[in-house]
Design a protein around this ligand. Structure first.
Ligand code: NAP
Length: 341
């Protein structure tokens, strides 16, 4: 598996991150441990979790594995997140110093580690002054609890504001941004991608298969059933069946991915992941799996030899249709410093 540096930090991470949102949910403890091992066997070294994943269970499952495998644990670059509710009290969530300091300590304890390589703020918090969050993160680095920090689900202006606010005060800057990005969800290309490229922030796409849609396993005419994310809960999150099934553009993209994969002799999931790995700014794609088989199939995506024509076709067919002024063609041309009409 090829590697890249983590934004402007010196850490080197694999081009695919192991996402662990399924741990303690679709994947029980022993399956989760086997998924970690299969990922390491494939050459991976970057593991993403969050305190909210199964309310601390994902971190606990990882912590148990780290304790039992200290040598392999040493190789891993570990990232977790705080900000979403971990209790019912008004202070059990948010990006305040009060909440994040407790959330970070609890994550360290569940993971059983002394420091976390990358600590991420799971989402923007409109209530907490940005400087309070940034100062806390800088202090956490000075205290040796984290090596670096990242952001997640921020908009372009929020990323730039955070990066510049940290720089002006001489605090550590954000090194990564984790956002939803896939052939079905490309909204970040308008402003988030230019913002991270401008600030040298590494992009970590989540839900690269749109929660399973880009595997081609959901069909127009059949409501999902069985042991799949939507089979178990058709209305789950951003993958929801009702959200996507009436959108003809989604089906056109899925059909194109299926056809391209057939031509190349790979799976639709592999082609969708290979496309994403080649997009500007992408540092490491966060892949999720409920089984070792899914994990092994998806890490092989990086070995798929995809021709330019196929990549271009997927880019064209999945291009967001509505032009949102001023993020249209002009913005794309400006990004490439080509202003000829
Ligand atoms: N920062 C954030 O706000 C945020 C939000 C969401 C996720 N994340 C991170 O991103 C990671 C990945 O997100 P995601 O799980 O939504 O990613 P995804 O790759 O879009 O979806 C993964 C799911 O697709 C299905 N799948 C994967 N490979 C498959 C294959 N080869 N064949 C058939 N089905 C397959 C599986 O679900 P089923 O088999 O159950 O259908 C699997 O759990 C998470 O683990 C988490 O670390 C971050």
């Amino acid at each position: 598996m090829h590697s890249r540096t983590l934004g402007r930090s010196g850490a080197v991470v694999a081009a695919q991150t192991l996402g662990t949102m399924t741990f303690g949910n679709e994947a029980d403890e022993s399956t989760s441990h086997r998924i970690i091992e299969a990922y390491l066997d494939a050459g991976g070294n970057f593991l993403d979790t969050a305190d909210v994943y199964s309310r601390g269970t994902s971190e606990r499952i990882i912590g148990k594995w780290l304790a039992a495998n200290p040598k392999d644990a040493e190789r891993l670059v570990i990232t977790t997140k705080g900000r979403f509710p971990m209790g019912d009290d008004a202070n059990d969530y948010g990006a305040s110093r009060r909440h994040l300091s407790r959330a970070l300590d609890a994550s360290l304890q569940r993971l059983g580690v002394e420091r976390i390589d990358l600590y991420q703020v799971h989402a923007w918090d409109a209530l907490t002054p940005l400087e309070e969050t940034l100062r806390f993160l800088d202090d956490a680095i000075s205290a040796g609890k984290i090596d670096a920090f990242g952001l997640s689900n921020y908009t372009g202006w929020q990323i730039t504001k955070a990066a510049l606010a940290a720089e002006h005060r001489g605090w550590a800057p954000p090194v990564t941004l984790q956002v939803q990005y896939s052939l079905l969800v490309r909204g970040i290309e308008h402003e988030v991608v230019p913002a991270v490229l401008d600030q040298g922030i590494g992009l970590l796409p989540w839900s690269p298969l749109a929660g399973g849609w880009l595997t081609g396993k959901y069909r127009r005419e059949e409501a999902p059933t069985g042991a799949s994310r939507l089979g178990e809960n058709p209305e789950r999150g951003m993958e929801a069946w009702s959200l996507r099934k009436d959108d003809e553009r989604n089906w056109a993209v899925i059909d194109a991915v299926r056809e391209g994969a057939e031509r190349l002799g790979c799976s639709p999931a592999q082609l969708a992941l290979a496309w994403l790995d080649r997009q500007p700014g992408v540092t490491s794609t966060i892949i999720g799996a409920r089984s070792v088989e899914q994990l092994q199939a998806n890490v092989a995506a990086l070995d798929v030899d995809v021709d330019e024509e196929t990549l271009q076709h997927l880019t064209e067919i999945s291009r967001p249709q509505a032009e949102v002024y001023p993020y249209g063609e002009l913005a794309i041309k400006q990004r490439h410093r080509d202003l000829t009409p």
